[in-house]
Write a protein that binds this ligand. Structure first.
Ligand SMILES: Cc1cc2nc3c(=O)[nH]c(=O)nc-3n(C[C@H](O)[C@H](O)[C@H](O)COP(=O)(O)OP(=O)(O)OC[C@H]3O[C@@H](n4cnc5c(N)ncnc54)[C@H](O)[C@@H]3O)c2cc1C
Length: 433
């Protein structure tokens, strides 16, 4: 039986990134994915000529973007205009995104305008690391005075991070995510599925082997050292290192006696972020100006991704709506809320509807850096030699796909470092993490 240097369980962005870095370092690498296709939550589906992600996705100028540039990934797409509206008390009001809109918006008093202007000038340069151990609420109460400026901040931070509620998230990571978002986001042509395909191609060229439609059932461990993974159809894949690029609960399930390892803590401390997502492809926009709306007194967001990306073969406009979910949610009520937002932004949209997709509750992130965390997961599972974790939940302060790529890279760097050959790769990529 061939023995791989690295077996990656899960072919989402974290798994693909880990596989590429392992293969780049000359390691015999295999990826095992349980679905028929690679990509995990970053797949796109084509329906009636329109490309839908699993809910609205934007690539921020953060770790993932830097990683993709470093790997030579062709990230096709464009930056959307930030001109938009805030939804406040049922009305659409110009959002203050630049000096002109700041002075004309009716959302803010003069005092509020002055405070926001000063934030606009300093926010993207602010060092946020000092706020990693306090909650977002504490940061907000200590730093932002005007109540409407606070509302605006909460709305922007929610959209950048998907985290609802200010008491749990550590402030620093969420503020950094907003900095990344304000530095520019990209909507991707033909959706994030294209990104997955690019990563697959790079991995294949580097010699990575893929098995799809086969679920890993267990990771065999002997004397505290990883031996092999066993798949549902009985296939056994021997490997010196296993990278679990799945959710924390699946990682926990796959490892015998995981309750005696750090996987137990990582599973227990995880707080899931979910959202309800409605995507629609419209023949034309009834109100072409109303393409970008932040809910200010509602945890809701609308964006026409077609204003910056190629998302339809016949010119349809693909609009993504997101309802950020807390603990309690009601799928029917949330669909009504999302459709109500569309009624307001694009009245008569039903007559223009070509196709839609509704995801009532999808996991956006299995975990994030919150103030009740006992430790940051990974990269290595300390009790088992050769076992690693990756995925957006294995964040050390990054969020969403940035955490997926950063954790994947950390896992491979750690693996190479332990093998004593990591010096070069660590030097080569210094500064990225
Ligand atoms: C609605 C929504 C909106 C989002 N918006 C953004 C955004 O705007 N910006 C951003 O940066 N990020 C966004 N994200 C997050 C981003 O999609 C994820 O962070 C990223 O795709 C996660 O990648 P991953 O590889 O960590 O996990 P996943 O994509 O979940 O990959 C895990 C893979 O493991 C496989 N697997 C699980 N168990 C097994 C097993 N036993 N054997 C084999 N395979 C297995 C799964 O099938 C899956 O393919 C969004 C996510 C959602 C859902």
């Amino acid at each position: 039986m061939q023995k791989y240097d690295a077996a990656v369980v899960g072919g989402g962005i974290a798994g693909l990134t880990a596989a590429i870095y392992a293969a780049k370092a000359g390691k015999q690498t295999i990826v095992i994915e349980k679905q028929d296709r690679l990509g995990g939550r970053a797949i796109s589906n084509k329906k009636n000529g329109a490309y839908f992600n699993l809910g609205g996705h934007a690539l921020y100028k953060g770790h993932a973007h830097e990683t993709f540039m470093e790997l030579g990934v062709n990230v096709r797409g464009n930056q959307p205009s930030a001109n938009g509206y805030g939804l406040w008390k049922g009305k659409l009001i110009t959002l203050p995104t630049d000096l002109k809109s700041l002075f004309t918006t009716q959302l803010l008093s003069w005092k509020g305008k002055m405070e926001l202007a000063s934030w606009l000038m300093k926010f993207t340069k602010m060092d946020t690391h000092g706020y990693d151990r306090i909650s977002l609420r504490e940061w907000m109460e200590g730093n932002v005075r005007d109540p409407m400026v606070r509302h605006l901040f909460y709305s922007l931070l929610r959209t950048a991070s998907y985290v609802v509620g200010p008491d749990l998230p550590a402030a620093g990571p969420v503020l950094r995510q907003l900095q990344n978002a304000l530095n520019g986001v990209k909507y991707l042509d033909r959706g994030w599925g294209e990104l997955v395909e690019e990563l697959r191609k790079i991995a294949s060229e580097l010699g990575v082997r893929f098995i799809t439609h086969n679920k890993v059932m267990t990771v065999e461990i002997r004397n505290g050292i990883v031996q092999q993974v066993v798949c549902e159809d009985g296939t056994r894949i021997a490997a010196r290192n296993v990278i679990l690029a799945t959710s924390p609960s699946i990682a926990h399930q796959l490892v015998p006696f995981s309750e005696k390892t750090a996987l137990q803590t990582w599973k227990e401390q995880a707080i899931e972020i979910t959202a309800a997502c409605l995507d629609v492809a419209l023949r034309r926009l009834p109100k072409p100006k109303q393409q970008f709306i932040y809910g200010i007194d509602q945890t809701i967001f609308l964006t026409n991704q077609s204003r910056a990306a190629y998302l339809s073969d016949d010119g349809a406009q693909v609009i993504s709506l997101i309802k950020y979910q807390g603990k309690e949610n009601d799928p029917d009520e949330e669909l009504r809320e999302l459709e109500g937002m569309l009624d307001l932004a694009q009245p008569g949209w039903r007559e223009q509807l070509m196709v839609k997709q509704y995801l009532p509750k999808i996991t956006v992130s299995h975990d994030f850096m919150h103030i009740n965390r006992r430790e940051n997961p990974g990269p290595a599972v300390p009790e088992i030699q050769g076992l690693y974790v990756a995925g957006e939940w294995a964040s050390h302060g990054e969020l969403l796909v940035d955490a997926a790529t950063a954790s994947a890279k950390r896992a491979i760097q750690h693996m190479l470092h332990l093998e004593g050959k990591g010096r070069n790769i660590l030097d080569e990529h210094r500064g990225i993490i």
